[in-house]
Design a protein around this ligand. Structure first.
Ligand SMILES: CC(C)(COP(=O)(O)OP(=O)(O)OC[C@H]1O[C@@H](n2cnc3c(N)ncnc32)[C@H](O)[C@@H]1OP(=O)(O)O)[C@@H](O)C(=O)NCCC(=O)NCCS
Length: 202
């Protein structure tokens, strides 16, 4: 999506930035992992295909993508590639439909798991999508065997909608309401959304 091309979201543990060409080689290395392919239901791509994908995601009005940086590491090195730990995305069925979005989260770097980075990155994505895109419902599809992800989304208030034996996955959903927005804000505490091309923050 073009909307977040220059957006930086700063939380307590993570910083979200748009997916840029410089991120592609590391992203490509991550996606060689069969475990990550299985958990994220992704197909392996060649490096050339990954570069094409990065370009198409930036233009695609059905897809919002952020790369997740480890905030502490980024503060130390100032290098986005070194600090990259995963990505988080939203898919919309059509460019006109901003009501319901399918969410994805991946903390690819093992060393960065279990530090609440996945939790914070997902809530920052939800908060951005509610405020800037008007999303009213989130959906996630999770493999039966992905206990960390099932626990995380259940703890965020998601409820099971359906199960597919064929795909071995469950669909969870959360409808956005004022109470949930307050809970997200409370859980996140202070965070900052900056658009590099605009003066001021929101
Ligand atoms: C699922 C995932 C995003 C969690 O991110 P993370 O940063 O490691 O997790 P967090 O530290 O933010 O933990 C958030 C919650 O997730 C759950 N969780 C995380 N790791 C867990 C584990 N090993 N076992 C059980 N529950 C776990 C817990 O509910 C946890 O909250 P708690 O610590 O208060 O109990 C991460 O494991 C991941 O990216 N896995 C590979 C890709 C993937 O499965 N993506 C999701 C596809 S639907």
């Amino acid at each position: 999506m073009i909307i977040n091309k220059d957006t930086i979201i700063q939380g307590k543990k993570v910083v979200l930035v748009s997916y840029k060409e410089e991120h592609v080689p590391k992203y490509h290395e991550w996606m060689k992992s069969e475990e990550l392919q299985h958990l994220t239901a992704s197909e392996p791509l060649s490096l050339e295909e990954e570069y094409e994908m990065q370009k198409s995601w930036q233009r695609d009005e059905n897809k919002l993508t952020f790369i997740i940086l480890h905030k502490e590491k980024f503060a130390k090195t100032g290098n986005e590639v070194d600090a990259m730990i995963g990505d988080t995305n939203l898919f919309f069925a059509t460019p006109e439909d901003r009501i319901c979005a399918e969410a994805e989260i991946m903390i690819a770097e093992q060393w960065a798991r279990g530090q609440k980075c996945g939790w914070e990155a997902t809530l920052l994505l939800f908060s951005y999508a509610i405020t800037h895109l008007g999303v009213k419902q989130f959906v996630v599809k999770i493999s039966f065997d992905n206990i960390p992800s099932i626990n995380m989304f259940k703890n965020m208030g998601f409820i099971e909608l359906s199960k597919s034996e064929v795909f071995q996955e469950m669909t969870f959903s959360k409808v956005v309401d004022e109470m949930w927005i307050s809970w997200i804000n409370m859980s996140l505490g202070d965070f900052n959304v900056v658009d590099k091309n605009k003066v001021g923050c929101n």
